[in-house]
Ligand binder design. Structure first.
Ligand code: PDD
Length: 319
């Protein structure tokens, strides 16, 4: 286990208006994020490019989801999209100067907003200021070997609450599922609620059968990943039929392919589920097409940023 003090080099983080080394960042114990898990978060990739610039990938969509998450729990959004974008840029830059982040390293922006600090009491306190935390740290994407072999997953009953659409820091249900995977030498736990596929502990799940891709529909039972909309777009681009619909456990076990997606994993093929091979036990053609299309989407955003395309889509701008 790595203690904060062992994180080397010490990243520079933003906490409530200040840029400070992570090892020195402190929140009061009465912060409602600590006491109640009363807060939300975002995780957005920042890709490094040969030009030495870094592009925030689909940041506009991440910031829209952040706004939705704070809105759903009654916290006033501390910044507008432009403000968040600028802040992430500031933190990234500070880390290139002092935090040990190389210009050629992909990074991840972690944003957390909690309701703030107040005397303990469950209902919303009046007049508190949200706690705002932003961290930009290196991102290690899965390597070619992992993509070539695929990953093993296990499955479990989804016992989480019914507001999984909120990207809440109350993640105990997800933590237990991630731990279940870890204890079973698996990459991720695929969850089922009432016999229907929901999602992984920190990823969305897709199945392919006879060349058709399917995913559980957007609902309160899953977090709508930013890759959800992206993959929808990529299927259209690749001429792959996509269906958002209920998926039974039997369908998952009979799938030709299973794919998981998240900001930190992009898309990854699942080649074993509960010890049994998925389809042919190897990454399939739908995964290959989506992975290639994903890389093209990254390159397109990078190219747009490099050309200095500045329009209403601020996510195209470099950070
Ligand atoms: N998790 N579902 C859950 C429960 C998640 O935690 C995540 C992402 C996703 C995929 O969302 P996206 O495509 O926007 O990354 C789906 C992030 C990476 C995390 O908690 O670190």
């Amino acid at each position: 286990m790595t203690a904060v003090s062992e994180v080397s080099p010490d990243p520079i983080v933003y906490l409530n208006g200040e840029l400070v080394p992570l090892s020195e960042a402190r929140v009061p114990v009465l912060d409602r994020g600590f006491i109640f898990g009363d807060g939300i978060y975002e995780v957005a990739p920042l890709y490094a490019h040969a030009s030495g610039r870094r592009t925030a990938f689909r940041l506009k969509q991440h910031l829209t989801r952040l706004a939705r998450s704070v809105g759903k729990i009654g916290i006033a959004n501390p910044f507008d999209d432009a403000g968040w974008h600028e802040l992430i840029g500031r933190v990234a830059e500070a880390n290139e100067t002092d935090g040990g982040l190389r210009a050629d390293q992909d990074a991840i922006a972690y944003i957390q907003v909690t309701r703030g600090v107040a005397k303990r009491g469950h209902a919303f306190p009046a007049g508190v200021k949200p706690t705002v935390f932003v961290m930009v740290t290196p991102l290690s994407l899965p390597g070619a070997a992992q993509r070539a072999s695929g990953v093993a997953c296990v499955s479990a009953e989804d016992r989480r609450w019914l507001n999984c659409d909120i990207k809440s820091v109350s993640l105990l249900g997800n933590v237990l599922m991630a731990q279940y995977a870890a204890e079973n030498d698996a990459f991720e736990t695929l969850q089922f609620r009432d016999g229907l596929l929901t999602e992984g502990s920190s990823s969305n799940v897709w199945i392919a059968k006879d060349g058709v891709l399917a995913a559980p529909p957007r609902s309160n039972k899953i977090l709508e990943g930013i890759r959800y909309g992206l993959i929808e777009e990529l299927t259209a681009e690749c001429g792959i039929r996509f269906e958002a619909r209920d998926i039974t456990e039997a369908e998952v076990r009979a799938a030709d392919e299973i794919i998981v997606s998240s900001a930190t994993k992009e898309v990854l093929p699942v080649t074993r589920l509960d010890g049994a091979p998925v389809g042919a036990g190897q990454p399939g053609a739908v995964f290959a097409a989506l992975y290639a299309a994903y890389q093209r989407a990254k390159a397109a955003e990078a190219a747009a940023a490099q050309e200095g395309v500045e329009n209403e889509s601020r996510e195209r701008l470099t950070v």
